[in-house]
Design a protein around this ligand. Structure first.
Ligand SMILES: Cc1cc2nc3c(=O)[nH]c(=O)nc-3n(C[C@H](O)[C@H](O)[C@H](O)COP(=O)(O)O)c2cc1C
Ligand code: SF4
Ligand code: SF4
Length: 272
């Protein structure tokens, strides 16, 4: 089939690893127009989203507790695929992606996309810090090269078939019903007032508008999704995820899941 008129990257990516993988994946497709739908910030709940008909769509989310983050689910459900082919990408912090890829596939189908490929890549864990490194620097050069190869494979596969009906349904690992996702909590990063310059960088990157900056930084713990975007964006180191439970989890991840994992790729075969 003729390659779609544009490639659209639609992603939720608080700390940027998911976005980096999608951008590499799109590189071999750059002969056609590349568009972004960034679903990360709160505006994605209400902003008008473009129609995606005759686009190739790359859908990307991080894995939270083996699932698609609830905030991302809500925003992805605002997209309409109108039969557009979709490449599904989940990015996880070197522990496991569990049911996230099948869940993303279910959401994509429900919204009218036709999944033709799926992938699980590794990204630096949101809880990684200089003192407790977890998948630090991922996606790295090798990961991004792998994403480019996937982009080329998708391009070649689409060129090979007359239409999407000529491709077999995409098979992905994962279970239905999905595993239990994140439990509600009041945990959130803390701010060291001595280091804070009230610059508001943290508030600007928060996906759920949980941060208010006045004469000090206030955080709505019930709204916080623990994404760590504010921690990584803080220019002075004032913002830290100091919660003992999260630090304990981070140490466990660094110890038990320190061995490098590699990306896994799944692609629809052409019907014989
Ligand atoms: C609340 C939360 C839960 C997470 N759960 C998992 C998980 O179940 N498995 C895993 O390997 N990584 C997990 N991670 C790590 C992220 O999937 C990983 O860091 C990803 O690269 C973040 O994507 P982003 O940079 O696009 O925000 C979790 C991160 C957060 C914040
Ligand atoms: S980004 Fe850091 S320094 Fe700036 S307001 Fe937030 S906590 Fe304070
Ligand atoms: S306050 Fe919570 S949800 Fe907002 S950026 Fe920080 S960690 Fe993420």
């Amino acid at each position: 089939m003729t390659l779609c008129s544009a490639v659209t990257l639609a992603y939720f990516s608080p700390t940027g690893t998911t976005r980096a993988v999608l951008e590499a994946l799109a590189e071999p497709l750059a002969s056609i127009e590349v568009r972004h739908i960034d679903l990360t910030l709160p505006g994605a709940e209400t902003q008008k989203l473009p129609e995606l008909e005759s686009n190739l769509v790359l859908l990307g989310v991080p894995v939270y507790a083996g699932r698609v983050p609830e905030t991302a689910v809500r925003r992805l459900r605002r997209l309409s695929g109108h039969g557009a082919p979709a490449v599904l990408v989940v990015v996880y912090g070197n522990r496991a992606f569990e049911d996230a890829l099948v869940e993303l596939s279910d959401i994509a189908r429900e919204r009218g996309f036709v999944p033709i490929a799926g992938a699980a890549f590794i990204g630096e864990h949101s809880y990684s810090t200089p003192a407790t490194l977890i998948a630090a620097g991922r996606p790295d050069v090798a990961d991004l090269a792998r994403a480019r190869v996937l982009g080329q494979t998708v391009r070649d596969r689409l060129a090979e078939v007359a239409d999407l009906a000529s491709m077999q349904p995409l098979q992905l690992p994962g279970n239905r019903p999905y595993r239990q996702g994140m439990s509600p909590s009041e945990v959130a990063p803390e701010t060291d007032r001595g280091l804070c310059t009230l610059c508001e960088a943290c508030a600007r990157v928060c996906p759920v508008a949980a941060i208010t900056v006045g004469d000090r930084v206030l955080t709505d713990g019930a709204a916080c999704i623990l994404c760590c975007a504010c921690v990584k964006a803080c220019p002075t180191g004032a913002r830290t995820m100091a919660d003992p439970g999260v630090r304990h989890t981070a140490h466990w991840l660094a110890t038990e899941h320190g061995a490098r994992k590699e990306a896994e790729i799944f692609i629809s075969e052409v019907r014989g």
